[in-house]
Design a protein around this ligand. Structure first.
Ligand SMILES: [Zn+2]
Ligand SMILES: [Zn+2]
Length: 210
């Protein structure tokens, strides 16, 4: 598997390129900044982008959707609950005040259990509400892309619209921390001591989930 990570945007989101080494098909997660650079990276790596996937609908993760889509032609995938909630006028205007233009609607909704496939690479969508109602984690090939659901040594905030700490902890304990010990955690922001972690390490040392 080809896996690359990039820090992008004003709130330092971790974007990920995931690709099949054989077919050179790729998906990109949360390309919310440096879109021209990311498009050039895809070109440099010889990859063809099949999907733009959002871990959730917060504007620091969706801010690049429009530009990335126009540069690559790839469709935007997001969970329906966040696509609906964060385009609601009252919420969109709150984020506009923070300097984020509203993102266009997703082209396709992704749901629990669905798979995102590029060539021989297949990631399962885990619906993990709590940080936002439509947050998802993407699990495959010994890796889990966790967005703002799980950080290295922390969890996402739950004080934004639709957030709930109880729901977040339930998602983590039922779907994420139950993954195999050596699963590599790829978070939506590099807030921890290291950029990545493992499920075992988070289960044992993350103070928010113990
Ligand atoms: Zn978020
Ligand atoms: Zn974020």
């Amino acid at each position: 598997m080809i896996l690359k990570s990039y820090t992008v945007g004003s709130l330092a989101v971790q974007a990920y390129i995931v690709a099949c080494p054989e077919t050179k098909e790729a998906f990109i997660v949360d390309p919310a900044g440096r879109e021209e650079f990311l498009a050039k990276e895809l070109e440099r790596l010889g990859l063809s982008l099949k999907y733009i996937v959002n871990t959730h609908g917060h504007p620091d993760h969706t801010a690049g959707n429009k530009r990335m889509k126009s540069l690559t032609g790839a469709p935007v995938l997001m969970h329906s609950l966040d696509d609906d909630l964060f385009r609601r006028p009252d919420i969109a205007s709150m984020f506009l005040a923070w300097g984020f233009e509203p993102a266009p609607p997703a082209d396709r909704h992704i749901e629990e259990g669905e798979r995102i496939e590029v060539g021989t690479i297949s990631f399962e969508v885990l619906h993990t509400p709590g940080h936002s109602p439509g947050s998802v984690c993407l699990y495959g090939h010994g890796h889990v892309i966790t967005g703002d659901t799980l950080f290295v040594g922390a969890v996402g905030r739950t004080d934004l619209p639709g957030g709930s700490l109880d729901t977040l902890l339930d998602s983590l304990h039922s779907k994420v921390l139950t993954l195999p010990d050596d699963t590599i955690v790829l978070p939506g922001h590099d807030y921890g001591a290291t950029p990545t972690s493992t499920i075992k390490r988070e289960r044992e040392s993350n103070p928010f989930v113990r």
